[in-house]
Design a protein around this ligand. Sequence first.
Ligand code: ADP
Length: 606
Amino acid sequence: MQEVKKPRKPLISYYVIVLGILLLFNFIFMPWAAERQVKEVGYETFMDMTEDKDIGQVEIDQSDNEIVFTNKAGDKIYKTGMVEDTDLTQRLYESGAKFSGRIIEQASPLVTFLLSWILPIVIFIGIGQYMSKKLVSKASGGPNSMIFGMGKSNAKVYVKSSEGIRFDDVAGEDEAKENLSEIVDYLHNPGRYKEVGASMPKGILLVGPPGTGKTMLAKAVAGEANVPFFSMSGSEFVEMFVGMGASKVRDLFKQAKEKAPCIVFIDEIDAIGQKRDGRVGGNDEREQTLNQLLTEMDGFETNNGVIILAATNRPESLDPALTRPGRFDRRVPVELPDLKGREEILKVHAKKVKLDETVDLSVIARMASGASGAELANIINEAALRAVRENRNYVTQADLEESIEVVIAGYQKKNAILTDKEKKVVAYHEIGHALVAAKQTNSAPVQKITIVPRTSGALGYTMQVEEGNHYLMTQEELENKIATLTGGRAAEELVFHTSSTGASNDIEQATKLARSMITRYGMSKDFDMVAMETVNNQYLGGDTSLACSAETQAEIDRQVVELVKKQHKKAAEILEENRDKLDELADYLYEKETITGEEFMKILAA
Ligand code: ADP
């Protein structure tokens, strides 16, 4: 009964407003509008019009002491005050005026009353009743949802996942799958766990860079367990009004409990789960939503079958209260795929397209080092699109290789016109990188060198390929990498005795590497194993913040410069020693525009 009464509260104010409008309408607007019809004129105008015989009808209203009259045509109504005028009637008669009934027709008072009072009230009551019915039916999500269901969670529910995603669709990520298959097992067979007294984690946090398949994994868990799956993004909880988000959280959990066992998936949980750091002007709404989430997670029994999965790529920004045991007590890293993982992901997505028999996906996986699952899916799709553009009905190795370059460096620029000199400089620059890389024994071999300009702004690039998986890099390898990065500029200096702007990206990367060697990897003699920098968001770009005194900062800067300088010198020496090869290779590249790693090695070894 209470539930029905509650929503009526806003209706009382609704009726008050309606009554106000009616009063205004009937007492102010209507008389005003009626007044406007009738033009008030002076008595002399009336007399003039009488003289001119321009009077149609006349009504003399003794009680109000006024004369209402129309012109001859009868399309204008005038009004004037009465004055003492004895032969008025005579003159009017002579002017041909008609003394007929009322000019301004007055409807019967009853009809007027019905039309202007009763009818509107009946209409408004009808609308009010209809709205109240709607409100009652929507009022299931707590008191806040009274206002047109704004506080209702709009979680998408995937009930049956028979055609949905399974673990097999998520390639690689074996550790994450293993971890999550325990949840699936639990949902299938909770008794086994209860028998031993083991309880499932309430929440599992999937952590990793964007596009690594976190959402897919969550869906796959639901698909494997064959339970309902509620999916919602963290940002959907954030509403304009304080308290709405909290109400949505309540509603989501209410729905989930009704459907248990089930899985609730909150994507991008950092949108609501950020640290409550008490900043001035903090976000009240977000904090309330977070508090509600914390309360809800505490509020349900571990073994009632609701399991919460959440995904984020900013785990360090989450509130510690959210990540403590009892809430999100398990953290599953979903990292970028390794070589094997990349090949598997390519295979999964390649099933959707028609491949030429000669396609070797392992080569593509090798070339696409550092790509996420989403990027690999994109590479396959770009290749298929290229095949269509070229009127083929199957995808070739060349399509795939080109699409990697498109994903890395953008499309080929069709009408970029480099001068002859520029093209030469770019050729030397790229061969400089490749030669330095090849001559340092530990550097990865070159896969491809090209000087075709790309839409990303790159005038050319050298694609290096790592042979196997690299989990660790030694100091020497890092130094070689810096040397390789400086190789382009070193070649320009050696051949043209000048510098160009083409090396800006190399410089950035070399500096970043050198800096992290000194501040984070403990590869400087002076600082030993002391961290001078901390990484803020490891999955999104990896910004760092310094944690040292100003003097140390100056020393770090000095050492970074020294390190890069040393490698730059080394690169210059390597190129000088191999000047003839440098010229030969650069000429060849200038001629061909794109050369493969094999061609490069052949010329180098000759
Ligand atoms: P995230 O939630 O981690 O940002 P998604 O799960 O939304 O990433 O993945 C985006 C897309 O990338 C998926 O739709 C899928 O096509 C592809 N993808 C990512 N990882 C994988 C994987 N391990 N196996 C197969 N496809 C993947």
